[in-house]
Design a protein around this ligand. Structure first.
Ligand SMILES: CC(C)=CCC/C(C)=C/CC/C(C)=C/CSC[C@H](N)C(=O)O
Length: 476
């Protein structure tokens, strides 16, 4: 059977891993075009600050994130340890209500004093109850199963996961016995750091955020996380078209099903419109207002953007000294490397000490100020930055629509918008993270293979009971 001609709109982790998985399945004859209006990388983008590259977002990799870990190994990329590590402080807008110490035993005593055993219990709660169940997705996907909706994919891992998108993280943790203080300070701090949002967030995305906050082995890729999508694209041998897709038109199901219209990113040259035809189209960019504006024409049923707004995240990079007196310190050496905040009305969400994506440079001297990244939901005023930092040498502000603004009861999108028209970023409504995009991409690749080869048994048909029966039979 001829492989399909495939258009992928978006070259973040989702789009490039879909290209990689599809090439892996269909082999060298599959024709894949990847459209990207900005640069390859999406949420893994880096920014230039002070002549060095830094991760713009909070994109970090968890040691149990199988796709991200395997991709880095496959491409011979090096992990850069220490992401999100170092001393942690929790600031309530007036005081640093909690901070860890250089001494493990002191940290432990301070944790137990303030939060009882909750800091330890949260780790086993997330890892044993949720992460272990989450890991099942890798077996399910390696068996070729696929799901037409985000809800069905979550249900295949664990039947309570969809429920977790309908309850708040605070309610779920209260019911599990965690204290108000722990939830209001530690959990709130992790949500503000990872998603710029607050308590009341759905429990599934809240748990993903806590999976990062409770873990010490987080890392990023040396040279920048964006190297992963770049290498995925390279190895998929897809053609990168630097252009903005403006329209997808449904033609009919006899010839190529879709026409994709796009405008080249050049100033005036090839201003377009250009058009190409495909059997399959994958949307790998959020279909939300202000993020993407693609018209879908001639479809029997209208296709629109999804209603949820996207959350504006502002990352402010400063080379400066922290204003330690503002945080109640008398010596800079006590200032935490990562500051969570737990006041929902505070003008900044978190502060983290950062190193260039190449690692700490040899030239970083004792006298040089450190580089800090402040996350906030709006561009900070000069006064606000001056409250936090003194002796600034350099400053750069980056603002982007980073992830959905989550609400309890948000509808989980489908992965299939129409025959042979697929949507990866729907998975972000469950939780937005690098690994989630790769999982969404693998699901779409499996769906395309199953639809194209007529293997309907592997679409929305997964059951652990059937799989274990098959395994038992094979073993016999
Ligand atoms: C606990 C459950 C149900 C699943 C955890 C699986 C998972 C996707 C872990 C990733 C943890 C992580 C590194 C989260 C970071 S938050 C997203 C971050 N802000 C980003 O932009 O990537």
């Amino acid at each position: 059977e001829n492989p399909p001609r495939i258009a992928i709109i978006g070259a973040g982790i989702g789009g490039t891993s879909a290209a990689y998985f599809l090439r892996e399945h269909f082999g060298p004859d599959v024709k894949i075009d990847v459209f990207e209006k900005r640069s390859v990388g999406g949420r893994a983008a880096t920014i230039l600050f002070n002549d060095e590259q830094y991760e713009a977002g909070a994109s970090i990799i968890h040691p149990r994130n199988m796709y991200m870990v395997n991709f880095t190994k496959l491409f011979g990329l090096e992990p850069l340890g220490g992401a999100e590590s170092g001393k942690l402080g929790i600031f309530d807008g007036k005081d640093m209500v909690f901070s860890t110490s250089d001494w493990g035993v002191v940290t432990m005593a301070k944790m137990v004093w303030r939060y009882g055993w909750d800091v330890f219990s949260i780790r086993s709660y997330i890892n044993d109850h949720l992460f272990t169940e989450f890991l099942k997705i890798y077996d399910i996907q390696s068996l070729g199963y696929s799901f037409t909706t985000v809800a069905d994919l979550l249900l295949a891992m664990n039947e309570t996961f969809v429920e977790l998108t309908k309850k708040s993280i605070d309610d779920v943790l209260k019911d599990a016995g965690f204290s108000e203080r722990f939830i209001n300070e530690f959990v709130m701090g992790a949500l503000r750091m990872n998603y710029g949002q607050k308590l009341g967030l759905p429990a599934f995305v809240g748990s993903v955020s806590l999976a990062a906050a409770g873990e010490s082995g987080l890392w990023s890729v040396k040279g920048g996380n964006k190297l992963v999508p770049q290498k995925l694209l390279e190895s998929s041998k897809a053609t990168l078209i630097e252009a903005t897709v403006t329209k997808v038109t449904f033609q009919d199901d006899v010839g190529p099903m879709y026409e994709v219209e796009y405008a080249k990113n050049s100033d005036g040259k090839d201003a377009g419109p250009n058009r190409r035809e495909y059997d399959v189209v994958i949307i790998a960019t959020p279909l939300h207002d202000k993020v993407t504006d693609i018209k879908f024409e001639e479809f029997p049923k209208p296709i629109h953007n999804f209603p949820q707004p996207f959350h504006t995240t502002v990352a402010t990079f400063v080379e400066a000294k922290p204003n330690i007196s503002y945080f109640g310190y008398s010596e800079v050496c006590h200032f935490p490397d990562v500051v969570f905040t737990c006041d929902k009305d505070l003008y900044f969400n978190s502060i983290g000490k950062h190193h260039p994506v190449e690692g700490t440079s040899e030239t970083e001297s004792e006298n040089k100020n450190s580089i800090y990244k402040i996350f906030s939901n709006a561009v900070p005023t000069v006064q606000q930055i001056d409250n936090l930092f003194a002796d600034k040498n350099d400053l750069r502000i980056v603002e982007w629509l980073a992830y959905p603004q989550y609400n309890i009861g948000d509808e989980l999108p489908p992965f299939v918008l129409h025959d042979q028209l697929y949507y990866i970023n729907g998975i972000e409504l469950a939780a937005s993270a690098l690994e989630m995009s790769a999982i969404g991409a693998k699901n779409i690749a499996n769906l395309i293979v199953n639809h194209w080869t007529g293997n309907m048994d592997k679409i929305d048909e997964f059951s652990w009971r059937d799989e274990s029966l098959k395994t038992d039979k094979t073993e016999l």
